[in-house]
Design a binder for this molecule. Structure first.
Ligand code: SF4
Ligand code: SF4
Length: 341
């Protein structure tokens, strides 16, 4: 049987990815400009905050060739997760409204790996947790360009994309990067409530609401509590305003459909077992109960009313000091707002 040409293999890759609901798809070379300098400076300035895994073995992270020395290509896949947000108190970032995307994406990547193995290639799939500089690699693969909010921006799909990667020994021809089309726009920078986008293309994670409500483990610093506003888990503000995102189409992945949740007031009554049950299969479960209730208190402090006070008073006696302290803060904020001092 005739060996397929690299271009034929590439077409087959696209066909298989599309059949799995993946796209856009691109190929990056293993060696390439990944803004390594920016990454090293970002780490040196501590802008990654408590995300210690980002700082672990930075040389390896900045050089995919060190992750799998025999790899010849990095395959990059996008998966659209856009969906309109449900109307309820407390905003959850759109990517976390449904089931945990890691499992959904990795099972698709494994199907691609099965096929690559038939071609004689060795492969390693990664979703989010791998030692890769994911956004610069996706840009190099032509999936889009990194917008001024640092998110990968695809011309057709916008920025509502999960990213998945396969390091493979199969030598696919690389794609060309897309030109930066942000132009003079600064909407994402202007809208950011905490000024986390410190300059175009530069994000100080420590100031970002996504980091503060998800990665940050302790008390929310005072200067950010009011600025977090109605954001319960993550933040989409800089994506919502991006003009390229207005053509977003709703995801076809049923797994990402928004779940129904009780009102914030009732969430305050969750014990650990109740929390784990409510968020089974959701990325929110990784937060664990104390951090979740911390966030609920912040949102209630910013948006709640007198009807929320009894539930908050109950939470102020929570054995978890993180919950109790944020509940007490929320009570003070509501009282101040309603002039109940
Ligand atoms: S996610 Fe929110 S807080 Fe973070 S940079 Fe974007 S607008 Fe700012
Ligand atoms: S909002 Fe404007 S500057 Fe920001 S990523 Fe979108 S196009 Fe670029």
């Amino acid at each position: 049987m005739r060996t397929p040409t690299p271009e034929e293999t590439r077409q087959e890759l696209l066909r298989r990815a599309t059949a799995l609901g993946l796209g856009p798809v691109g190929v990056a070379p293993v060696e390439g400009d990944l803004r390594q300098e920016y990454f090293h400076r970002w780490l040196a300035e501590g802008q990654h905050g408590e995300m210690g895994w980002m700082a672990r073995d930075p040389e390896r992270r900045a050089n995919p060739g060190q992750v799998q020395p025999e790899a010849r290509s990095i395959l990059c896949f996008g998966l659209n997760y856009y969906q309109p947000e449900p109307h309820r108190r407390g905003r959850i970032a759109k990517y976390a409204l449904g089931k945990d995307y890691h499992k959904v994406m990795i099972s698709k990547l494994k199907r691609i790996c099965d096929w690559l193995r038939e071609l004689g290639a060795a492969n390693r799939p990664y979703v989010d947790t791998g030692p890769l500089l994911e956004k610069p690699i996706a840009s190099l693969a032509g999936l889009g360009w990194q917008g001024k909010n640092t998110m990968v921006l695809n011309r057709e799909e916008g920025q509502w994309l999960f990213l998945g990667f396969i390091l493979t020994t199969f030598p696919f021809p690389p794609d060309s990067p897309q030109p930066d089309r942000c132009g003079t726009c600064t909407r994402c920078i202007d809208i950011c409530p905490t000024r986390a986008i410190t300059a175009p293309y530069q994000l100080d994670a420590r100031k970002c609401i996504s980091y503060l409500t998800i990665e940050h483990k302790g008390a929310i610093p005072d200067e950010y509590r009011r600025l977090i506003g109605n954001h319960l888990y993550g933040c989409d503000d800089c994506l919502d305003v991006c003009p390229w995102n207005k053509w977003a189409r709703q995801t076809r992945e049923a797994a990402f459909s928004p779940r129904a949740y009780p009102d914030l007031r009732d969430m305050l009554g969750l014990d650990e077992a109740g929390f784990n049950e409510l968020f089974a299969g959701s990325p929110i479960r990784r937060l664990k109960r104390p951090r979740w209730l911390r966030n609920v208190c912040i949102v209630l402090g910013n948006t709640g009313d007198a009807g929320d006070l009894p539930a908050l008073e109950h939470a102020a006696a929570d054995p978890e000091s993180l919950v109790a302290e944020h509940a007490a803060w929320a009570i003070r904020e509501i009282r101040k707002r309603l002039d109940l001092q």
